[in-house]
Design a binder for this molecule. Structure first.
Ligand SMILES: Cc1cc2nc3c(=O)[nH]c(=O)nc-3n(C[C@H](O)[C@H](O)[C@H](O)COP(=O)(O)O)c2cc1C
Length: 321
């Protein structure tokens, strides 16, 4: 069925999203997540607005399959003009919306006033949102943090973004200073929701769907990031006790690798699948040496042979290696 564009405001609650994650949420993983969850909203990895204008390779990275809808592209950058042109291109690709990254804490990004850096320049942040909103008709959202070093300015900052045209705000419950340390704090996000007329999503430390529901409070939904790595089941409302079986995990790994190979060459897929394999094996009793053997595999036939052996049991993997 063709995707029918829906406004954030009209989406059924809770709005549950796969958080944008660089190096993780490529089209392969998004399709795998979709195959397990029909309603999850999918976000791309963050993509440079300027890079998109210059490079075909960057544009190709944003390609998606129809079943990925609702699919949102996240852009980062710091010039309204680059965002305006990039938004136009992205809209032509048929996405459901464009998300502006105002939360990335990486030094390189922040020093060039991208990502979290925009929290310190409200004027520029609003000009970017305005530029995107005026350039396209799809939904425009912003993903940001509580603030730079505290949450004092969260309400005025997010209110300005909404006045500039943002139709949804996602808050990762940490400040820039915290990066990923400590525990995400959701109280300021609940307070923000009481001041905004647009939907607000919470993010930070959600372990699974039920945990998201517990944390959601008065919000419209939540995003799951790290807990979704190697865990496409994390969005299911009724997870099984003990999680998926070894065979199910291995089947997902093989499927995932196959989807990657549809869009990436072997050497790249073999490197990128490692982070995911570590996620699939999280919490699973597997000897360190077996885990290493699997993660360090350098050719495709061996990887597939080892995965098939693992499905039979860790001892079979040990024999096959
Ligand atoms: C490997 C990795 C890559 C990430 N890349 C992005 C990104 O491209 N854009 C973004 O807004 N956030 C990015 N994030 C942050 C997540 O979207 C999310 O806000 C953060 O991990 C907190 O949520 P969690 O506790 O559910 O992981 C990334 C996080 C990780 C771990």
């Amino acid at each position: 069925m063709p995707y029918v564009q829906r406004k954030w405001a009209e989406m059924p609650r809770p709005i549950v999203c796969l958080a944008p994650m660089d190096g993780i949420t490529d089209s392969a993983y998004r399709r795998l997540v979709r195959s397990f969850n029909s309603n999850v909203v999918l976000f791309s990895e963050f993509t440079s607005a300027e890079g998109l204008l210059r490079s075909d390779k960057v544009r190709q990275r944003l390609r998606f399959a129809p079943e990925e809808h609702p699919y949102f592209v996240q852009l980062f950058g710091n010039t309204p003009e680059a965002f305006r042109q990039a938004a136009f291109i992205v809209e032509q690709q048929g996405v459901a919306g464009i998300d502006v990254n105002m939360g990335c804490p990486a030094k390189k990004i922040v020093h060039s006033q991208h990502g979290s850096g925009l929290m310190r320049d409200v004027n520029q942040a609003c000009r970017i949102v305005e530029a995107v909103a005026n350039a396209c008709r799809v939904e425009v959202s912003v993903k940001t943090r509580l603030g730079w070093s505290d949450g004092d300015k969260l309400i005025p900052f997010a209110s300005s973004l909404v006045s500039a045209g943002a139709s949804l705000i996602t808050i990762h419950g940490r400040t820039y200073d915290q990066h990923f340390s400590g525990r995400a704090c959701w109280e300021p996000i609940y307070a923000l929701k009481r001041h905004l007329t647009v939907p607000v999503l919470g993010n930070g430390d959600v372990q699974d769907y039920q945990d998201g529901l517990r944390k959601m409070g008065n919000l419209d939904g939540f995003m799951i990031g790290r807990a979704a790595i190697g865990n496409p089941w994390v969005f299911q409302p009724h997870g099984r006790r003990g999680g998926p079986t070894l065979r199910e995990r291995v089947a997902a790994m093989i499927e995932h690798y196959g989807l990657m190979r549809e869009i990436k060459p072997e050497h790249q897929a073999l490197i990128e699948i490692r982070k995911h394999l570590a996620g699939y094996l999280r919490g699973f009793p597997l000897a360190k040496s077996a885990r290493r053997t699997l993660l360090e595999t350098t050719d495709e036939p061996t990887l597939l042979r080892r995965l098939e052996a693992l499905a039979e049991g860790p001892e079979v993997l040990a024999l096959a290696s």
